[in-house]
Design a protein around this ligand. Structure first.
Ligand code: AMP
Length: 504
């Protein structure tokens, strides 16, 4: 047996001298460096006692070394377990206790606070910062060659914790084949080739920046410009050297606010991809007007890698997430009965394919609850498939509002509000209501200087939506709460407004 994922990466490498990454300090990182450095990390981990199947938990800043630690873990037969850099020590304590990693790698500055939790979980503590850290020292001192540990397609390569907006985060177990099959599909579907240069400004603790972006570039033998974070200054500095960019919708919204975005500055670009949160149809339209490029929107999640994508050739339809990727099946079912629904009917989106994870870490009950008997995974997203086969997402199932016994899909109300003059965007959510169970509520962000008022919005909706869908209250807010992946955190809004309809 061989190492399924790394063998594939190795087999598809361009010449060793070809560039893998350009770093923002001017350093160039070649594919030979990828081989050497990942071997050094694999050696360092093996020397620390990492055995096949051991977890290597990592909470570090974004760097090329952190990517090499990911590859080194895979080569050493371990399971890479990245953690959001925003997690507090108390949260880290939970993850370490749940994952029981053999090694925990953290930022040098956080080591004193996190040491007790690593010890409690029985993990060896190592550090890695940008160009520094105990693990980097060990890797630098280790050999640049390594005999990869045998791992098959179904062995785990990574565990990624879901963002956990309701309840505790769960660890999604991803196999070598989950990652490799999806990345190979994306290379083909999005036509990545050796000459591509990806502008990479996403975090690497999440499926988007780690797998969609990095694995795709590796399996295309292409290269990336690795930026520490999203910063429009950096984007415009490096844009002339790039061919493609992957981003969350907020990247596109922010870049649209910049006068440097135009046809001239983007004319050499081949592809702009968006995902991880809904891209407003308005943003898609404005981007097309300003640059001539139709953003390609795709849909995926931690548990499944990528499921659907708008086409490379053909219509990239704003407000949709395109077609199921080759090898992936998607269907929409009645959430209660599991019965398949017809085109255009809204229900639960379910998916099946080599991309779908192996289950939740140490949580067989939750795993069993999220899979159908025929192997389809219940995504938790509500949506429909239209007559042309495009998938539309209307929101998370848990965001569905049930008011007076009626279902209200927040997206339908949001789309009406977003289309009003003077409105930037909105979030519609339900909060407890003494009479109706839940009351429809809207938070709306307006354009600077816009004269539109909350009551004018509520009034305008009366002509457009059935009475039970109308927000009982509309709040004008400066911005919507978002997480690092640009997702609107409706749980925070529900919390903030939870008492507004309480019985007096
Ligand atoms: P995560 O596991 O953090 O990647 O979050 C996955 C969730 O993000 C999905 O279940 C969807 O609710 C949402 N999501 C991802 N991509 C899109 C998209 N293009 N449009 C709408 N929602 C999306």
């Amino acid at each position: 047996m061989t190492n399924h994922l790394f063998d594939l990466i190795r087999a598809r490498m361009p010449s060793p001298g070809a560039r893998f990454a350009l770093l923002d300090d001017g350093r160039e990182y070649s594919y030979q460096d990828v081989l050497d450095s990942s071997a050094r990390f694999a050696n360092a981990l093996a020397a620390l006692g990492v055995e096949p199947g051991d977890r290597v938990a990592v909470q570090v800043e974004k760097s090329v070394e952190a990517l090499m630690l990911y590859l080194g873990t895979v080569r050493a037969g371990g399971i890479f377990l990245p953690l959001n850099t925003a997690y507090t020590p108390a949260e880290i304590e939970y993850f370490l206790g749940d994952a029981e990693p053999a090694v925990f790698v953290c930022d040098p500055a956080k080591a004193p606070a996190l040491k007790p939790f690593a010890e409690k979980a029985g993990a060896k503590l190592e550090t890695l910062g940008v160009g520094t850290g105990t693990l980097l020292d060990k890797a630098n001192a280790a050999s640049g060659s390594f005999v990869d540990v045998a791992r098959g397609p179904d062995d785990l390569a990574a565990i990624l914790y879901t963002s956990g907006t309701t309840g505790r985060s769960k660890g999604a177990m991803l196999s070598h084949d989950n990652l490799s099959s999806n990345a190979l599909t994306l290379v083909d579907y999005w036509r990545f080739g050796k000459d591509d240069v990806l502008l990479h400004a996403l975090p690497i603790f999440h499926t988007h920046g780690l797998f969609v972006a990095t694995n795709t570039i590796l399996l295309a033998g292409a290269s990336m410009i690795l930026l520490p974070k999203f910063d429009p200054e950096q984007i415009f500095k490096y844009l002339p050297q790039a061919t493609s960019m992957m981003g969350v919708p907020t990247f596109y919204v922010r870049l649209l606010q910049d006068a440097r975005l135009n046809r001239e500055t983007t004319k050499h670009m081949r592809l702009f991809v968006s995902g991880s949160a809904p891209l407003l149809a308005e943003t898609h339209r404005e981007w097309r007007e300003r640059t001539g490029h139709a953003i390609l929107e795709r849909y995926g999640m931690t548990e499944t890698n990528m499921n659907t994508s708008n086409p490379y050739d053909g219509d990239r339809v704003a407000g949709t997430v395109g077609f199921p990727l080759p090898g992936v099946s998607a269907r929409v079912v009645d959430p209660e009965t599991g019965k398949a629904l017809a085109a255009e009917e809204i229900g639960m989106i379910e998916v099946k394919g080599p991309n779908v994870f192996k289950g939740y870490w140490r949580n067989p009950e939750k795993t069993a609850a999220e899979f159908r008997a025929d192997g389809f995974f219940i995504t938790g997203d509500l949506g429909k498939i239209d007559e042309r086969g495009y998938v539309h997402i209307v929101g998370r199932g848990k965001d569905l509002i049930i008011t007076g016994g009626y279902n209200v899909y927040p997206k339908e109300v949001e789309t009406e509000i977003d289309g009003m003059d003077g409105v930037v965007e909105s979030a519609v959510f339900g909060v407890p209501h003494a009479d109706f169970g839940e009351g429809v509520t809207a938070a709306v962000v307006c354009k600077p200087g816009a004269s539109i008022t909350a009551s004018a919005i509520a009034k305008a909706l009366e002509d457009r939506l059935a009475k039970f869908k109308l927000p009982k209250q509309v709040f004008i807010v400066p911005e919507l709460p978002r997480n690092t992946m640009g997702k609107v955190q409706k749980n925070l809004l529900r919390d903030q407004y939870k008492d507004i309809y309480a019985a007096k």
